[in-house]
Design a protein around this ligand. Structure first.
Ligand code: RM4
Ligand code: MN
Ligand code: MN
Length: 424
């Protein structure tokens, strides 16, 4: 399915007057309005290929129908999102769930929707049919060198797929760890993992980055071999300049100060990428900003502060991705909501009066510092995001248009109600 340009324009015409009214009163209070708007237009968030179908838990799965049956249909889905919001200009693939049959065809299709290929993701957390050796006791940390080799080889294959598609980065998330005390020698597990990662690093093209993702728990529940940002930072530092830490918002222990982690990683030049989602308890993979929007804003506040200090480009110097799972919502609606929440947090953080904040900090004026942050956070920037979308050719309200065009119903008609997308 395709959303024609004229349908977006028609819709925008209907709601334009109301939008303009709201925008005008907001713009009065914003100094560098045009510059902020351009930043919002430039900002793109990659969509994970594995989040286009219904997620599940170990208790069950309740698919809503019309799920993409192939890589082509996943690209089509991301194309729909991008047509509506103009902020989802890339797809992040997970191998072997998304092995392309014909690279050229896939590239052409993606280009038709204006999409690029973001980070490639490897998978050594599941055994695949026909796989020689099992990852039950880990992959890159495994006591058996042959298992480690298999995991390294898989990652090299993922890089090769990525090169063909024009991707520039590899995300490695390892589920390796232990479930019980005594199961593992922590030091040996670390060393083996490092050696395996070094082999993958050696196969990385010069203009590529490798992102080492960390996670505190699950599926291993006693220890994780890349368990927190300290361990990820250690691997990334030992690997070399092409290696970075990736922060997935759901991968911390409760109440972790993620904004502080982000700030220090940026200071060290080792923050590479992001997986956005939200959570109440753990790796819940909920819609970004649905539980702790203030935390999302505070993270963006540090991102902007840290990136500006290093003169980094907001839109291109870090890998921005969503990593989510949708058990009860239409995945496409959920992703539209996530992108919107990320854009809102970004816009609010752009509004922070940085000079005044720095002065309040130097003065130990705690109340003033809080006032400055909360003034930005409590600004309703929705019209600003809508305007950026409008100028880029997207819909003023993507979800409203998605619903009025009956996109999901159309997808169910085309694909059927019992389709299952590859992924988790
Ligand atoms: C993991 C992690 C990875 C993702 C998998 C599917 O929890 O977040 O980024 O590749 O889930
Ligand atoms: Mn992730
Ligand atoms: Mn996760």
């Amino acid at each position: 399915m395709n959303i024609e340009k004229y349908k977006i324009e028609e819709y925008n015409q209907q709601v334009k007057a109301k939008h303009t009214r709201k925008l005008e009163s907001l713009v009065e209070d914003i100094n560098n309005y045009e510059a902020i708007l351009q930043k919002l237009i430039d900002f793109q968030i990659a969509i994970p290929s594995w989040a286009l179908g219904s997620g599940g838990t170990r208790f069950g799965r309740f698919p809503g129908g019309g799920e993409p049956r192939s890589l082509e249909e996943k690209i089509e889905d991301v194309g729909l999102l991008h047509a509506l919001n103009k902020s989802s200009g890339a797809i992040s693939l997970h191998i072997p769930w998304d092995v392309p049959k014909d690279y050229q065809e896939i590239k052409t299709l993606a280009a038709q929707y204006g999409l690029g290929f973001d980070a490639m993701n490897s998978n050594t957390f599941q055994d695949q049919p026909g796989q020689a050796l099992s990852y039950k006791f880990g992959s890159m940390q495994h006591v058996n060198a042959a298992v480690r080799k298999q995991a390294v080889q898989h990652n090299i294959e993922v890089i090769q797929h990525g090169i063909e598609l024009g991707s520039k980065s590899l995300t490695v998330w390892l589920s390796d760890g232990s479930c019980f005390p005594g199961q593992l020698n922590f030091r040996k597990a670390f060393q083996r993992t490092l050696e395996s990662l070094q082999e993958v690093y050696a196969a990385l093209p010069d203009d590529w980055k490798i992102f080492v993702e960390y996670k505190a728990f699950e599926p291993n529940f006693y220890s994780t071999t890349v368990g927190d940002w300290g361990q990820s930072f250690l691997y990334a530092s030992k690997l070399g300049p092409k290696a970075y830490t990736l922060v997935d918002l759901g991968h911390h222990l409760p109440n972790a100060n993620i904004e502080q982690i982000v700030s220090l990683l940026l200071m060290e030049g080792k923050l590479g990428g992001f997986h956005f989602n939200d959570s109440k308890y753990g790796d819940d993979d909920l819609t970004a900003g649905s539980i702790k929007p203030y935390q999302l804003f505070l993270i963006f506040n540090e991102l902007i502060e840290g990136m500006d200090a290093r003169k980094m480009s907001h839109s291109t110097d870090l890998g921005w991705m969503i990593d989510a799972s949708h058990n009860v919502k239409d995945p496409l609606e959920d992703l539209l909501q996530s992108v919107e929440a990320i854009m809102l947090a970004y816009a609010q953080a752009l509004l922070v009066d940085r000079q005044a904040l720095a002065a309040a900090q130097e003065d130990n004026d705690v109340a003033k510092a809080q006032e400055i942050l909360q003034a930005a956070f409590r600004t309703d920037v929705r019209p600003l995001i809508a305007e950026a979308r409008f100028r880029a050719g997207g819909a003023l309200s993507p979800i409203e248009l998605y619903r009025s065009l009956n996109v999901r119903e159309e997808l169910v008609k085309e694909r059927g109600s019992k389709t299952v997308a590859t992924g988790l």
